[in-house]
Ligand binder design. Structure first.
Ligand code: GLU
Length: 276
């Protein structure tokens, strides 16, 4: 079946070669298989995202020669959709409020794992807070995040599978990332929740993204099962690295598409640098 792919950048900085690679990967996959290519702006983090970066990334992608279907989905326009999904999860009894600060978690965890680079794996402390105590704390105005109770969720769904075009069939292991956050005190959704909802709403049938998000897919598979959403195919691709062997990051300003363009590189040259 002709795939529907997407590129889903966050406007927290300028696109670099690694993003160009990921965007071109999704675009070429769609083009070469008579599919469709969609774009999504992942801007739920209102502190870090800037409209100027969104404008610039659309311009960069256009300059690189990519074409996409309109309208572009912007996550900050759809908080109501994520809220409904969260309500559905709450009704299933697979969430709990977490009152821990990032500092509490860092101190309690001492684990080397990271939940998407956002901090250490959550040690599950607030699972033990009783419903009455949680209600009292919330009524008292204590800030909290909502977490997915992975063990309770898996007890409902049973074992789940998904397939990666490169790595092959996978048994879902959502416990690898722990009880992930579904909404935060300052953001009424989370990466995991909004991505899962949006891929379904946009009708994405093949999610292509970097291997850095491989573990996240186990969680997304669980959310799909809980929310009754379809499971797309996946293709996690390798990540471009810099001269130091480290994966490119937005902090490498020198490698931004804009900087390369300002230095006189053509779009064809940049596509080639990114491997296309
Ligand atoms: N917004 C994410 C990022 O910029 C990509 C999410 C995804 O492809 O699922 O890293």
């Amino acid at each position: 079946m002709a795939p529907v792919t997407r590129f889903a950048p966050s406007p927290t900085g300028h696109l670099h070669l690694g993003h160009a690679y990921s965007a071109l990967f999704a675009w070429h996959t769609a083009r070469s298989e008579d599919g469709r290519f969609l774009l999504r702006i992942e801007d739920i983090d209102r502190q870090r995202c800037r409209p100027g970066f969104e404008r610039d990334l659309l311009e960069d992608l256009d300059w690189l020669g990519l074409t996409w279907e309109r309208p572009v989905r912007r996550q900050s326009d759809h908080f109501d959709a994520y809220r409904s999904a969260l309500d559905a999860l709450q009704a299933l009894g697979v969430t709990y409020p977490c009152f821990c600060s990032r500092r509490d978690i860092a101190l309690a965890a001492g684990a080397p794992h990271e939940e998407d680079g956002n901090g250490p794996l959550y040690p599950g402390r607030c699972r033990a807070v009783s419903v009455t105590e949680a209600a009292a704390r919330i009524a008292g105005g204590q800030p909290y995040a909502t977490r997915l109770h992975v063990a309770n969720a898996v007890a409902i769904t049973g074992q789940l599978d998904w397939t990666d075009r490169s790595a092959g069939p996978q048994t879902a292991r959502p416990e690898l990332l722990g009880d992930v956050v579904l909404d935060r005190r300052d953001t009424p959704s989370s990466y995991h929740l909004s991505v899962t909802v949006d891929d379904a709403i946009q009708g994405v049938t093949l999610v292509t993204r970097g291997t850095d998000l491989f573990a996240a897919t186990h969680v997304h598979r669980l959310l799909q099962a809980l929310l009754g959403l379809p499971t797309p195919g996946y293709h996690h691709h390798g990540l471009l690295t810099g001269a130091d062997g480290k994966r490119l990051s937005k902090r490498d300003g020198a490698l931004s598409i804009r900087a390369l363009r300002d230095h006189g590189h053509t779009a064809a040259e940049i596509r080639k640098m990114a491997g296309f």
